[in-house]
Ligand binder design. Structure first.
Ligand SMILES: O=C[C@H](O)COP(=O)(O)O
Length: 252
């Protein structure tokens, strides 16, 4: 049985003061108990990881884990502006998002780089959340499955059975930050497709890998999405910035 995992990705949002308020509200909300068998993760920007890790400890938010939004594909050295997996681990991160479409599009990250980043995370004891997804043009031209399966195949080639220790996030690019959520059935169909593709490589890996949905997840659509058999949780952007919305999605 795969656990339901809800990951909040703050993207480039937050401040020392607002992070503190968010943690306080989430601690209060989670204190009253959360549904069993679920995991909750928050991914603040790099500069706030230490603060947020400390706040999670201080507020005793036992349910909440820390994650980062990206990691270097290199382990150390002259890579200005990058953060290595060992540094993130030192900040108490347990999860790392890799290959988010915003990084693929704006920073030209290729599948090979995404796989190298996932390996760095795995080698440092963290769970990579590997993002895949098609653009609107690709969907409209009937190529959604081909594009997503191509992205997954590149990860399978490099990571092989280490994929069992990863999460995959299906994020249709056209649904990110647009308010246009994929219908639960569209999302389920793609998740099923990804799982069947993984099963061709290894059935055990396929049955273990959590596949999260991302793209305009909100309190009012989370229940329907999470009820789907191959949707194992959500990667939540905008709605995770509001502590009460995040809590509602965590309980959905
Ligand atoms: O990482 C999160 C996804 O990009 C979804 O963002 P969104 O919930 O704001 O659409």
């Amino acid at each position: 049985m795969r656990p339901l995992i809800i990951v909040g990705n703050w993207k480039m949002n937050g401040s020392l003061a607002s992070n503190q308020d968010w943690m306080k509200s989430v601690a209060q909300g989670m204190e009253s108990g959360m549904p069993a068998g679920r995991k909750f993760v928050v991914c603040p920007p790099f500069p706030y990881l230490q603060q947020c890790g400390k706040l999670i400890q201080e507020q005793s938010i036992a349910f909440l884990s820390l994650g980062a939004q990206d990691v270097s594909a290199q382990s150390s050295g002259a890579y200005t502006g990058e953060a290595s997996a060992s540094m993130l681990k030192e900040m108490s991160c347990q999860y790392v998002i890799v290959g988010h479409s915003e990084r693929r599009q704006m920073h030209h990250e290729a599948d090979e780089t995404v796989a190298a980043k996932a390996l760095q995370a795995l080698d440092n004891g963290m769970t990579p959340i590997i993002c895949v997804g098609e653009t609107l043009d690709e969907r409209n031209s009937g190529r959604a499955e081909e594009v997503v399966c191509g992205q997954v195949a590149k990860q399978v080639n490099v990571l092989q059975d280490r994929l069992a220790d990863c999460l995959i996030a299906y994020e249709p690019v056209w649904a990110i930050g647009t308010g246009k959520v994929a219908s639960a059935q569209i999302a389920q169909d793609m998740h099923r497709h990804i799982r069947l593709q993984l099963a061709e490589f290894d059935e055990d890996v396929a049955s273990h890998v959590g596949i999260l949905y991302g793209g305009s997840v909100k309190p009012d659509n989370a229940v329907e999405l999470f009820a789907m058999p191959d949707i194992d949780g959500g990667l939540v952007g905008g709605a995770s910035l509001d502590a009460q919305d995040f809590l509602s999605i965590c309980r959905a």
